[in-house]
Ligand binder design. Sequence first.
Ligand code: ZN
Ligand code: ZN
Length: 298
Amino acid sequence: MGFAAEIERIIAADPGERGIGGLVQPGDLARAAVALQAARTVLITTGFCVLSARSGETDGPPGAVVLSKALEAMGRKVVLVTDQYSHSILTATAAVYGVKAVVVEASIDAGEDYYAALLRHYQPSHIVAVERPGQAADGKYYNMRGGEITELTARTDHLFNLGRAAGIVAIGLGDGGNELGMGKVSEAIRRHIPGGAKIGAVAAADHLIVAGVTNWGAYGLVTYLSALLGTDLLHDPDWEEILLDTMLQQGAVDGVTAAASRRIDGLPIEVHCALVATLKARLGQYLDAGKTAAVAAN
Ligand code: ZN
Ligand code: ZN
């Protein structure tokens, strides 16, 4: 098994039993990483409002900031975009992790013109959506349980639609079928996800990373970028706890239980730390093997 396929297998663990296995696009993780190597400015949108709590969930911002920091370490410029429900959560998480990117707050009622201006201003070469709601076929936004969050979601779909029309590469990361970018696998969402025909997002990404938890998809992407560059850009498991606690201080809640507990997608923090540790260990072996091979060649 190639290294990319191995990472895809690790991040596709589906402890929430959402049936995401049928949505995974083998090879897209590697294609997304290769695409980002050529990036200049990357616009990353994240933040998913939990209906009952009226606040952003704990899945999304950690993935977005870990990816942001990796891209900044590669010398790329990053711009983060979210809406009011995740703005302070994302801002604090980015700050604690040392991400320099500006955090843009798009208003809920901003229309296409606003997003067109955003693209003109920042001139991104790539747009990445990390656990960001995507508009469904009926024009509304839904959570996993079919609850409507249209009034709680800025229309960041315009970034994907306008961006792709202008030749900007769009990368989507999700875990349920209702996230921006998932339109790439609409048919599979109808088949594999309960209520998929209703909640499935329409806007398609060029490269789609589907994971058991969306943060894991971002970590997998950073792991593969690290392998391509020969340098470890992934965070330590300890950071997983710091990022979560920072979000909780800003009012974030778990997306499954809607509680302000140390959980992401209903899974306790220990599960997430273990996932990062697994990726980190495997990346370390991969990088060491490369060094050994380089020494042997000399
Ligand atoms: Zn999701
Ligand atoms: Zn999630």
